[in-house]
Design a protein around this ligand. Structure first.
Ligand code: PLP
Length: 489
């Protein structure tokens, strides 16, 4: 009997299949399903079949997708999910990404998606307070975006010494990068990949608001210069992952340039907060950045898989990341002044500005988000998220059995349940248990971090589905659970 697979895969009927999938996602988006782990046996049994010899056909797959897979998905899109710095994407962004998968499976060739790639980068840079000279390239996330920015830094620094590190290697040079103790660890990994070395990222101390101490940065730069070590880059974080702190950008940028180093701003999470007028002073000095990154898949709620690196001069990205001309690419195109078909030219060579050749047209997601909400809509959303964190911190400060461990600069609050007389370690243990109970028993899903040695429960508000109602219930639930845990002792 000829099964459906004998005819090859379905390549049409998008309306029918996506319509069904859309209905299931709307259902999923009511967030009233049981947690996936409560039915783990059921779905693992349903899914864990031997390698299929004959296919079930497109309708069979969509049946399984909607019957077993989607209803047992992650809780990251839930309105009460505030863990790490991640969230579920918005509707139109998912739709745009889906459309691009077929209508422009790659970001290259002369077509509307390729045009939007550049247009959305320009909009995104402007939205994030970067000057019009800052041009960008998309990549998969902050990890790669930092790698690309720091690759540019390495190229620029060593070119000044007459070297081409991307072409020839490092020539035995000792290099270092400078960042606060709070820096995202993808910076260390980037240093490793770039041959600078993870251990050559100097951990500069922070002040009581988790921001880099400029005097300590100067000291580290001075010591290294005396020791013959070349400073490649100073990394300032605009919105640290732990607490949402913004390093003093002007002081960091000026020190970087005084010591001949590149100034990189990691704004993976926080850069869009430049839209909140209350934070203007905190972003002072952003214009000194030689490179800056932002993750639309964080605060802008794009589908996961999109970050942007901006640099002042994109030719440096080309020198740092080109794969060199290849017969299988360049020979298929004509000169840029002779374009008569969309297939005559690649368009802007993004694939030579970072580390991916094949890559989706990610710009359309960013374009759709900015087009849908506009600058004012996004400003509203970011302001509201910052207000959520301030509100939670204030509630914690006002409550006798809660403590706020930070004064939120952005949309991260760090708090804990306290009991008079309990020492730090006992409080850590108590709050660790409290977090587990929150996650297992309530709709509130923050994550944790450590602030000046103290374990903190840490909601990060970037979720477009979160409302005041969710936020207001959270602190109360923490108190109730804390009371329960301590009265049971
Ligand atoms: C999230 C984050 C990163 C890493 O980004 P991914 O998209 O998860 O790879 C880097 N830096 C900062 C400050 C971040 O918050």
């Amino acid at each position: 009997m000829a099964g459906p697979s004998a005819h090859g895969p379905e390549i049409g009927r998008f309306e029918e299949h996506l319509g069904r999938i859309g209905r299931a996602l709307d259902e999923f988006g009511r967030f009233d399903r049981p947690d996936a782990v409560s039915r783990r046996d059921e779905w693992t049994r349903g899914l864990d079949v031997p390698l299929p010899v004959s296919g079930v056909g497109p309708d069979g797959v969509v049946d399984e997708l909607l019957g077993i897979v989607v209803p047992n998905g992650a809780r990251i899109s839930d309105p009460g999910f505030w863990g790490f710095i991640t969230t579920g994407p918005t509707t139109v962004a998912v739709g745009s990404a889906t459309a691009a998968m077929l209508a422009s499976p790659q970001r290259y060739t002369i077509n509307a998606f390729n045009f939007i790639e550049e247009l959305s980068l320009r909009w995104l840079g402007e939205l994030c307070g970067l000057g019009p000279e800052m041009l960008g390239v998309y990549s998969t996330g902050g990890s790669v975006a930092n790698l690309v920015g720091l690759g540019a830094a390495r190229q620029w620094t060593l070119e000044k010494a007459g070297l081409d590190p991307a072409g020839d290697g490092l020539d035995g040079r000792s290099l270092a990068i400078y960042a606060s103790t709070e820096v995202h660890h993808t910076v260390q990994r980037a240093a490793g990949v770039l041959g600078i070395g993870r251990r050559n990222v100097r951990a500069i101390p922070i002040d009581d608001r988790q921001r880099i101490v400029p005097e300590a940065l100067r000291e580290a730069l001075t010591t290294d210069r005396a020791g013959g070590i070349t400073p490649v880059a100073v990394v300032a974080t605009a919105g640290t992952t732990n607490t949402g702190a913004i390093d003093p950008l002007r002081a960091c940028g000026e020190l970087a340039h005084e010591f001949g180093a590149w100034f990189h701003v990691d704004g993976a999470y926080g850069l869009p907060a430049v839209l909140d007028p209350r934070l203007a002073e905190d972003f002072d000095g952003l214009e000194l950045a030689d490179s800056a990154i932002v993750d639309p898949h964080k605060w802008l709620a794009a589908p996961v898989g999109v970050a942007a690196t901006f640099v002042r001069d994109r030719s440096i990205l080309h020198r740092a990341f080109t794969q060199e001309p290849a017969d299988y690419l360049e020979g298929s195109f004509t000169a840029p002044d002779d374009i008569q078909s969309s297939m005559d030219h690649m368009g802007i060579p993004y694939s030579d500005f970072a580390v991916e050749l094949s890559a989706p047209a990610r710009g359309v997601q960013v374009w759709s988000i900015i087009r849908e909400e506009g600058l004012e809509g996004l400003r509203e959303r970011i302001r509201r998220d910052n207000d959520y964190a301030r509100y939670v911190a204030e509630r914690a400060t006002d409550h006798p059995r809660l403590e706020s461990l930070t004064e939120p600069q952005l949309s991260v609050a760090c708090l804990r349940y306290t009991v008079p007389g309990l020492d730090g370690q006992a409080l850590d243990v108590l709050n660790t248990r409290l977090l587990r109970r929150l996650i297992r028993e309530t709709p509130f899903l923050p994550s944790a971090t450590v602030v000046q040695g103290a374990y903190a429960i840490r909601p990060c508000f970037i979720n477009p589905r979160t409302t005041w109602e969710h936020v207001e219930g959270f602190a109360e639930r923490m108190v109730a659970l804390g009371d329960e845990l301590t009265s049971a002792e």
